[in-house]
Design a protein around this ligand. Structure first.
Ligand SMILES: C[S@@+](CC[C@H](N)C(=O)[O-])C[C@H]1O[C@@H](n2cnc3c(N)ncnc32)[C@H](O)[C@@H]1O
Length: 294
């Protein structure tokens, strides 16, 4: 079984995508909130609340991982985050991992980030460290809509390996309409007040579930806080409503039955869901490592 360190684990997108093909030997994140969700859904996995900026080579080596999976913060590479790249303090933890990499290289390494990362200095530094350590590298931009999922989330993915990365068959797309991911009773607190819709409705991306071609825009961690450019809304019973956190994570590929701590507020659930990863896209990307193929 492949031993994987899930770094910046959030609510566990990698654990979900890899299923029984990998054993997550430790899931590390600095957010207790994210880890409370992780623990509930993957009770067998050791979770560690740590700032990755401060971890050492010795600490990483102690897990004897075959693979590192990284989902570092995206703000240094977004327009909203001012694209400060490696000068942004939020890139420091990735720089620490890049420093450690040649001292303790795993067999495989994978990472995900926003499209802006593809032209960053951080990427150049990681590629250099991978090259020094003898890795082969495969990079890819992919959006779940290419796989037939009605939800946009274009992202950069990198898979690096000290073994072969043979070509893979193109994916067989799914074709699920939006309706497939929605709940008949999505729970309370989702309706948007009429006066808010009247005022801001024109700038909101509101979609109709009966439209077979409807797809959502990218949900971000600001969903529920900022109305514009943070995700889509639904025409619903004469009004407009938010997507529920369960609907959002289902569009990402998490299963029905994924659990939230019962007392966790809607806002916090939206935040964690908007920070997560498309499990559909990640499964597709991982196929390049022979171990993850069917
Ligand atoms: C883009 S999200 C990754 C989400 C994850 N892939 C998932 O499936 O939910 C980035 C995560 O990195 C964590 N994080 C950010 N900076 C960190 C640091 N310096 N050390 C540890 N975790 C950090 C955040 O708490 C957040 O959960």
């Amino acid at each position: 079984m492949l031993r994987v360190l899930e770094l910046y684990c959030g609510i566990g997108g990698f654990a979900q995508a890899s299923g029984t093909r990998a054993r997550v030997v430790a899931a590390i994140d600095q957010s207790e909130l994210a880890l409370s969700v992780y623990r509930l859904n993957y009770p067998e996995t050791p979770v560690i609340c740590r700032n990755i900026e401060t971890i050492s080579t010795k600490f990483l080596r102690s897990f004897t991982p075959d693979m590192w999976w990284l989902s570092p913060p995206c703000q240094p590479y977004t327009v909203r985050g001012k694209r400060r790249d490696i000068d942004d303090p939020r890139a420091a933890s990735l720089l620490n991992l890049i420093r450690i990499l040649p001292e303790a290289p795993p067999l495989h390494l994978g990472m995900e980030n926003v499209e802006g990362y593809a032209t960053s200095r951080a990427r150049e530094l990681l590629l250099k460290a991978l090259s020094i350590s003898g890795f082969r590298v495969h990079e890819r931009l992919i959006c779940p809509t290419e796989l037939g999922i009605p939800s946009r989330r274009p992202r950069y993915y990198l898979i690096a390996s000290q073994g072969d990365l043979p070509d893979v068959e193109p994916p067989r797309p799914f074709s699920y309409p939006l309706k497939h991911f929605l709940e008949s009773d999505p729970g309370p607190g989702l309706q948007i007040p009429r006066d808010v819709v009247d005022r801001f409705g024109k700038g909101m991306n509101t979609i109709d579930v009966t439209d077979p071609d409807a797809y959502t825009t990218c949900f971000t961690s600001s969903y529920g806080k900022a109305l514009m450019r943070s995700g889509s809304y639904l025409y619903w019973r004469e009004g407009v409503r938010y997507f529920s956190p369960d609907e959002i994570i289902r569009l990402l590929g998490f299963p029905r039955g994924f659990k939230w701590p019962p007392t966790m507020t809607l806002r916090k659930r939206w935040h964690l869901a908007g920070n997560s990863i498309s499990v559909f896209a990640l499964r597709e990307v991982l196929r390049i490592i022979p171990h993850f193929r069917n």
